[in-house]
Design a binder for this molecule. Structure first.
Ligand SMILES: NC(=O)c1ccc[n+]([C@@H]2O[C@H](COP(=O)([O-])OP(=O)(O)OC[C@H]3O[C@@H](n4cnc5c(N)ncnc54)[C@H](OP(=O)(O)O)[C@@H]3O)[C@@H](O)[C@H]2O)c1
Length: 342
């Protein structure tokens, strides 16, 4: 098999392809010939060397793949053989062959290609947990979503619009036309405008019912301040710590120092009627029965045309460094995919 390794922390160019014998599925696992693998911001944070969950380097990252099952481990259901599937992988997804517990695998709908399949697991499960499970977004409410043009952002927008909510998005200016086209009512270029001020202007001072924030640092404080009474803040990342193509301890410390360590106190939450919650899909491996229910719902929404994955760009394994640059240069509108092969 071919895999993309991170041998040491550094710029995208540290990524390297290595060959290894094909893995054999263990008990309860199935083996997938990968046709497409998703790239996530966590992979970049891992490459930078600031991702707490990352196994020690050298490491193969990758949280999701799609492809075809070609071998079944002992005790796994033989019906999986030759199925077209998508799967969550606990690292190791940047490979052309993976073995995963069958609980992390789902059959792809007939009209879903592998490339589209690889866009689904991380982005849509995260968005579903944020918007529908923990955020409880309802018709008539307003969602503020940061990094609205990214994979999770677009997934969250689709789910929010389906729920009948209004959407405000923050994103780099070049993404605004597209976001408006898909139904975002107001776009804010958070790099040139103060999003807190703009959200309060847009909502006539009322604020919003749900904010999704993976920027971290001071952004969490500002997002909390734009919540209307009964509003909820979903925190799920710290992308503002990833300021360059190599690790910056200073950026990480700045982000960490600006976190709202003392803002969300029980008296504040009670008296302001606000809620805050956290989401980390990578800490739900022990909750696959729960996650599978969400995934089945998402696949059903795909069949209904509600979930409409957007592929920003595809890169071959040999172009993995370019894929990481593409995201870090903020060029992606939607999901970035790696395709095995030369
Ligand atoms: N907790 C979880 O379970 C979970 C799961 C998935 C993702 N996440 C987090 O959610 C966030 C978005 O993930 P994603 O997969 O949707 O991202 P993505 O598709 O890779 O998009 C990244 C976008 O984030 C924006 N961004 C904000 N700060 C940035 C920075 N410092 N460097 C580069 N880009 C930056 C950029 O868009 P603009 O310039 O337009 O803002 C960029 O295009 C990330 O922080 C990720 O770690 C968390």
């Amino acid at each position: 098999m071919r895999q993309i390794w991170i041998p040491k922390a550094g710029p995208p160019e540290v990524l390297e392809i290595r060959q290894a014998p094909d893995p054999q599925p263990q008990a309860g696992e199935i083996r997938i010939r990968v046709e497409a693998a998703g790239v996530n911001f966590a992979d970049i944070v891992g490459r930078l060397g600031i991702y707490a969950d990352l196994p020690p380097m050298p490491v193969v990252v990758g949280y999701e793949v799609a492809g075809r099952v070609d071998e079944i481990g002992a005790g796994a259901d033989p019906d999986w053989l030759n199925c077209n599937v998508l799967a969550l992988t606990r690292f190791g997804g940047y490979s052309d062959v993976v073995c995963v517990p069958q609980t992390q695998v789902a059959v792809r709908p007939e009209n879903m290609s592998a490339t589209v399949g690889a866009t689904i697991p991380v982005n849509y499960l995260t968005a579903y947990q944020l918007v529908c499970v923990m955020g409880g977004l309802r018709a008539g409410e307003t969602l503020l979503v940061h990094s609205a043009g990214g994979g999770v952002g677009i997934a969250a927008i689709q789910l929010a619009l389906h729920a009948g909510a209004n959407v405000i998005g923050t994103a780099s200016a070049r993404k605004h036309d597209y976001l408006k086209q898909i139904g975002v009512e107001h776009c804010i270029d958070y790099r040139t405008e103060d999003f807190e001020k703009r959200v309060l202007e847009i909502t006539n001072g009322d604020g919003v019912e749900l904010v999704l924030d993976a920027v971290g640092g001071v952004s969490f404080k500002k997002s909390y301040r734009v919540l209307a009474p009964t509003g909820r803040l979903g925190m799920f990342g710290i992308s503002s710590a990833a300021t360059g193509k190599t690790r910056s301890r200073l950026s990480f410390l700045k982000m960490a120092a600006a976190l709202p360590w003392f803002q969300f106190t029980p008296p504040a939450l009670i008296n302001q009627n606000k809620g805050v919650f956290g989401v980390n899909l990578g800490h739900l491996w022990g909750e696959m029965a729960r996650v599978r229910v969400w995934l089945d719902t998402i696949l059903d929404l795909y069949s209904q045309g509600v979930v409409k994955p957007v592929i920003a760009a595809q890169f071959s394994f040999a172009e993995a460094a370019a894929a990481h640059h593409y995201i870090q240069d903020r060029k992606n509108i939607g999901k970035v995919i790696l395709i095995p092969g030369e």
